[in-house]
Design a protein around this ligand. Sequence first.
Ligand code: FES
Ligand SMILES: [Fe+2]
Length: 366
Amino acid sequence: METTLPYGWYTDPDVLHREQERIFRPAWQYVGHTGRLPGAGSAVGKADDTQREDRGASGTARQPGYFATQVGRTPVVVTRDRDGALRAFVNVCRHRGFTIADGEQRRETLQCPYHAWTYGLDGRLRAAPRSEEEANFPQEELGLVPIAVDTWGPFVFAHAGGEPEPLAQALGSLPAQVAELGLDVDSLVFHSRWQAEIEANWKIVCENFLECYHCQVAHPGFSEVIDVSPEAYVLSADGRLTTQHGPTRTQIPTGPLPRSQFHFLWPNLEINIFPGEPNISIGPSYPLTPERTYRFLDYFFGPDVEQTWIDDLLAFDEQVGREDADLVAGVQRGVSSGALEHGVLMGRSEQLIGHFQALTAAALAD
Ligand code: FES
Ligand SMILES: [Fe+2]
C-alpha cells in the first residue's frame, strides 16, 4: 500500500521554509479578479470585499486603480493604468519597506503612508519628499519591483519568482475543460469572497479536497446532490491539474451545467463548479504556519442567476466547508502528536492524493 508523506512534514518549520522556496515561489497564484480594478460603471467601495457585489470590469473607458493582494508571503499590488495595461508589483516601498497599498482604490498613484514616496501605476517613483536635497538621488532606479501578471477570463494570476512559464501553459487543460462543460468564464460576475483560517497544515487542507472517499461519511448533504459512489465519481490527473467529476443524483439543476467539476491545480488552487446555473468558485490555500492555513474562495455567478439559487449554493457550500474544517483539524491533531510515522492511501479512491504527494515530494527533493 502507498504511504502518506511522513507526518513530520505536516509540523516541521524547516519543511515549510523549503515549501515556500521550492513550491510557492515558483508558482502562478490566483490573486483576485479584474472586477477589483475599476472599469466603466463599476462601483468600487470599501476594501473589505466579503459578500460585496462588484460588477465592474468590462468597460472600455478605463479608469486607473489598483488592489492589494499577496502571492504566498509576498505582498503584491495589481494595477491598471489609464491605458488599460494590467501590471503587478511587489507591494513593498523601496524606501524602508512599508507595505504601500491596502484594499482597492481608484487612483492614479500609489503613495506610501510612511514618508509619502509616490509611485505611478506603472511602478515608477514619481516623487520623494526632500529628494532634491540628496546628491544624485537615483529616482529612476527606485521604482516598485515588477512581477509577472496575467489573466484567464476575469481571474488574475501573479507570479513572484524568477522567469515564469506562460500562464496558459501552467493552467494546462483547465480552461478547455471548463469551456467544454458549457461555462463561459468571461460572462461571470463576481459575487463574494469567503475566507477562513484553518487549524491544519496546508497539505492536509489540499489532501482533504483531493478525495471524496470521506464524502459519504462526512458530507451527507453533498452526497445527496452529487453521486459520490466509486462507479460514478471520476478522478483524473493531467500534469499539475487533477479533476473530480460527479454527476448529479437528482434532477435539481435548472440551468445549463449538467454536472460538477472540482479541479485542483498543484500546488494549492481549487476550482469548484456545481451543476445548474453558471457558477464557479476559485481560490488558494496558503500556509500561515506549519499548522495553520489561510484559505479564500471567490464566488462568481452568471449575470442572470437568481439570488435564491445563489443563497442556496452558498449555504450548501459553507456547510461542506465547516465539515471539512473539522476533519482537517482532527487530522492535524493526530499527525502532530508524533505517535505515528505516516499513514496509508487507498489506491483508487485516494489516487489524487498520491499524485499531489508525488509532485510535492519531487519539488522538495535535492
Ligand atoms: S517607507 Fe515608504 S516612504 Fe518611507
Ligand atoms: Fe470534504
